[in-house]
Design a binder for this molecule. Structure first.
Ligand code: KG4
Ligand code: ZN
Length: 344
């Protein structure tokens, strides 16, 4: 089954064509990083305008790469939410239009469920063993999810305030680094001393919840003190604080993920979402999984950690492969900016 995946929930216009939920036949992303770098964050109206400008050429590009005509595609999967409503609208409208004109089923996908399926890309389906404990960490979301089978999720923990990626972005801003903050902090940290600043580890004992706002405030306090004392931030100061902050985030994210595997019997551990691109997080979870005798998976390529259309196509496949008929009647997908994976 061949699925076209469309992701426009924030600032990436990303489309892909994926076969049987795992094999990526074509992939194209138009990134808006250069545009949003000027404002240090995403301005929704500007993001929407950029999506409109590039979405049709990106669609033409994936068809060209796959050497396919749209008639050869079985279904269209598109992010319905959560995300910026004005950005979601563009992808949803494209999906609905192709669905209507070419009479194809359109499968609405939850963005975080999409991230979960980013781990299936370029792997064989038989390599997976449920149950799986998953840490999803991105700019807007931070959850621990127990996955018992395709489409079967139980919430284990979520963040009380900032998501991990949001914390990376905010601390990068405090340090005067570029947007998005995660890769900028990781790069600055390479030449930094992670032991220089003793930052508080927000463990929240007895819960699987996360909280990163105190950590962010502590980073701000340290920076303000440095500016008061020295009038400016030296390059080494920025590198050391970036390294100390990254170390702290990785310890807490990985620590909580593996603690959750002590209370819930699982066979695999996954990390997903933009923060799963982080090299230190990847090597740390790999090492911890080895000591615990658990299988670990993170996206095979960095581009499948951050927002991408391939993960949406993969999710659409696993949601729709047994009951594609159910989606035939879908013509219009209305964006749901606050779509919940676990309605509370
Ligand atoms: O999943 P994603 O692309 O978009 C959302 O769904 O939010 O995640 C974006 C987030 C940003 O906050 C970005 O700073 C973070 O992922 N991120 C990283 C890295 N690459 C992206 N955080 C830490 N280390 C990275 N290498
Ligand atoms: Zn995302």
């Amino acid at each position: 089954m061949i699925i076209l995946g469309i992701e426009t929930s924030c600032d990436d216009t990303s489309l892909a064509i994926v076969e049987n939920g795992t094999k990526v036949l074509a992939y194209a992303t138009a990134s808006q990083v250069a545009v949003h770098n000027k404002t240090g964050g995403v301005v929704p109206e500007i993001a929407a305008r950029e999506h409109v400008r590039v979405v049709v050429p990106v669609y033409a590009e994936v068809l060209r790469q796959a050497k396919l005509h749209i008639e050869q595609i079985d279904a269209i999967a598109v992010t319905q939410g959560p995300g910026l409503v004005s950005s979601l609208l563009i992808g949803d409208l494209l999906a609905s239009t192709i669905g209507l004109v070419h009479q194809k089923p359109v499968i609405p996908v939850h963005h975080i469920e999409g991230h979960i399926y980013g781990n299936w890309l370029e792997r064989a389906e038989q390599d997976f063993q449920f149950p799986i404990m998953i840490l999803t960490a991105s700019g807007g979301h931070n959850e621990l999810i127990l996955m018992r089978g395709h489409g079967q999720y139980a919430p284990i923990g979520h963040t009380r305030d900032d998501a991990a990626g949001e914390a990376f972005d905010k601390v990068a801003r405090i340090l005067g680094l570029s947007y998005p903050g995660g890769p900028a902090i990781a790069q600055a940290a390479e030449l930094g001393d992670a032991s220089r600043f003793k930052l508080p580890r927000p463990w929240l004992p007895g819960t699987y919840e996360f909280s990163f706002s105190g950590l962010k405030s502590e980073a701000l306090r340290i920076v303000e003190k440095e500016i008061r004392d020295k009038k400016r931030l030296s390059q080494q100061f920025v590198r050391d604080l970036a390294a100390s902050f990254q170390q702290c985030m990785v310890e807490v994210l990985a620590g909580k993920l593996f603690r959750a595997t002590e209370d819930h019997r699982v066979r695999e551990v996954h990390i997903a979402g933009g923060v799963s691109a982080n090299k230190l997080l990847r090597t740390t979870v790999e090492r911890m999984a080895k000591t615990k005798g658990l299988h670990i998976k993170f996206p095979t390529q960095i581009r499948y950690s951050t927002d991408n259309g391939a993960m949406i196509a993969a999710c659409g496949y696993f949601r729709g492969r047994k009951n594609l008929g159910k989606f035939k009647k879908w013509r219009t997908i209305l964006p749901e900016p606050n779509l919940a994976l676990f309605p509370r």
